[in-house]
Design a protein around this ligand. Structure first.
Ligand code: ADP
Length: 498
């Protein structure tokens, strides 16, 4: 036993729900296999949640809200969040290993990306929320008005498989900072790391029942039961755009607050006056980090025609340096896709795309012959793709980059904005006026200038168009997880005059 963490690290063989501070199987007793993508082997089984398990989790969360947690101060909660951040750092290696086993992403990326950022989420919200903001006004007649925050109550979090612990903590930290209790449904493909977080929350002093996990599937299952539950006040969801539509419909009868982070079709836009070497390196990173399974991926490359050949050659060069292989090996920079089924979907796009007139496969487009076991797929670059192609219009969520040429800013913008998504893009230019013009005209929630992926946690995060609903990050997340109450107090002089 270390630090009282007798349940850490978890044995990955038996993955249950976590309800009221205990690991419990499904009420039905049903389970499903957890499959590691590389090598693709079942390595444990997971409780298959249903409405009854969601009911139990929501009841446990309400019980926690009725106890000391419901009366806790922001400062008390901030201390717990800070401790959680510290414990994640302390157990970073073990958590990274679980994440890599479950997702197939490179160990180095899990350690320095996902897990480090999960800890940062808790530390950030610990600091941001320690002193609760309240707006106060004094009316003309002297009445004092204060708008202050209260918790929403029990909130539901639904997360995807691409960044399991990072995205769970991105929602958990602000939800807890605002004093809510939580029922979290992780993606069915990645039940592991978030479950391993539960003993850390307990060790940090979080009371039982404040965070509950129900494992299982989304549609017509645990996910939908959570969305439809009358005891749940809000759903924060990250996943596919189509799933967001389903959730909105299913949530309507219970009038929940909703926050959606949905799909993206990001682009790296390289102008002739850019630092081409830097831009090409970043564009390759943007296309292939996490095997391209990131909503912020720069899955399109738009290059001004006069530097097209040079930029594409440099992106190819950077792509050739990617080390595809065993996710747990130190030198690996690209691991496996999440599953063979997902790889099939990615291959389907590439195979259909390469038959379109004018399309050329510049690299990749195959299962690597040296890695037959697992869900590996080579980083793939396709040129000559028409804007109407499904390769451009749909989110592939894999290591696939399309390249298009443009002549001027207007043409670049037409290509950039010419999809239904509006999440993110990078603009590479050394002309500051052009950079600002492009940033203003891009219909994207996030615009990077001469970089990609860097974030400050205070800023608004989310997409325009069909990439999302609402914003997360900093105060935006705290606002989402708050109910506001205005209290107006008559002062003595005012009362006498009535
Ligand atoms: P991904 O392709 O990343 O899995 P999804 O949108 O399918 O994206 O899934 C993201 C999360 O949403 C997962 O936890 C999944 O189980 C859940 N989910 C899928 N469909 C529904 C639904 N109809 N209602 C609630 N949750 C759902």
């Amino acid at each position: 036993m270390r630090n009282g963490l007798d349940q850490f690290p978890l044995l990955p063989q038996q993955l249950d729900h976590y309800i009221g501070g205990r690991f419990v199987p499904s009420q039905s007793g049903e389970r499903f296999a957890n499959v590691a993508p590389a090598p693709d082997q079942a390595f444990g089984d997971v409780a298959l949640g249903a409405a009854a398990d969601v009911d139990a989790a929501v009841a446990a969360a309400h019980e926690a809200m009725a106890g000391p947690w419901g009366r806790s101060t922001a400062a008390e909660r901030a201390r717990i969040l800070r401790k959680v951040g510290d414990l994640i750092v302390e157990h970073g290696e073990e958590l990274a290993r679980l994440e890599t086993t479950d997702t197939g992403k490179p160990m180095a990326e899990s350690l320095t990306g996902d897990i480090a950022r999960a800890a940062a989420n808790f530390r950030f919200y610990s600091e941001l929320s320690a002193h609760q903001s309240a707006a106060s006004y004094v009316g003309e007649d002297g009445t004092h008005h204060v708008s202050r925050r209260e918790p929403l109550g029990v909130v539901g979090l639904i997360t995807p498989w691409n960044l399991p612990l990072y995205l769970a903590t991105w929602k958990l930290a602000p939800a807890l900072a605002q004093g809510n209790a939580v029922v979290l449904k992780p993606a069915e493909l990645t039940p592991l790391s978030v479950l391993a977080l539960m003993p850390l929350l307990a060790a940090a002093g979080l009371p039982k029942g404040v965070v509950n996990i129900v494992q299982g599937l989304g549609a017509e299952s645990a996910g939908e039961a959570l969305v439809q539950h009358t005891g749940v006040s809000a759903i924060s969801f990250t996943g596919e755009t189509g799933t967001g539509e389903h959730i909105m419909r299913a949530a309507a009868p219970t009038l929940k607050k909703l926050s959606f982070e949905l799909g993206g079709k990001g682009a790296s836009v390289i102008f002739a006056d850019a630092d081409i070497e830097h831009a090409a390196f970043q564009a390759a990173r943007a296309a292939f980090r996490n095997q391209g399974q990131v909503c912020l991926a720069g899955s399109r490359l738009l290059v001004q025609r006069s530097v097209y050949a040079e930029a594409v050659a440099r992106v190819l060069d950077a792509t050739m340096k990617i080390k595809l292989g065993d996710p747990l090996a130190e030198q690996t920079t690209m691991g496996s896709l999440i599953s063979r089924e997902h790889r099939q979907k990615v291959m389907g796009y590439v195979d259909a795309g390469r038959r379109e007139p004018g399309v050329e496969v510049l690299c990749g487009g195959r299962v690597p012959p040296s890695l037959p076991i697992g869900a590996f797929y080579e980083p793939t670059i396709l040129s000559g793709v028409r804007q109407e192609s499904r390769l451009i219009q749909e989110e592939i969520f894999g290591p696939v980059l399309t390249v298009q040429a443009f002549d001027n800013e207007d043409e670049a913008l037409a290509l950039l904005n010419g999809t239904k998504f509006g999440l993110s893009c990078s603009i590479y230019t050394q002309d500051i006026d052009r950079a600002q013009r492009m940033a203003s005209r891009a219909r994207m929630g996030l615009v990077w200038i001469n970089t990609w992926f860097v974030r400050d946690l205070h800023t608004a995060f989310g997409g325009m168009k069909r990439s999302g609903l609402g914003r997360e990050g900093g105060q935006y997340s705290l606002d989402f997880f708050s109910d506001f109450k205005t209290i107006s107090t008559a002062v003595a002089a005012h009362k006498r005059s009535l």
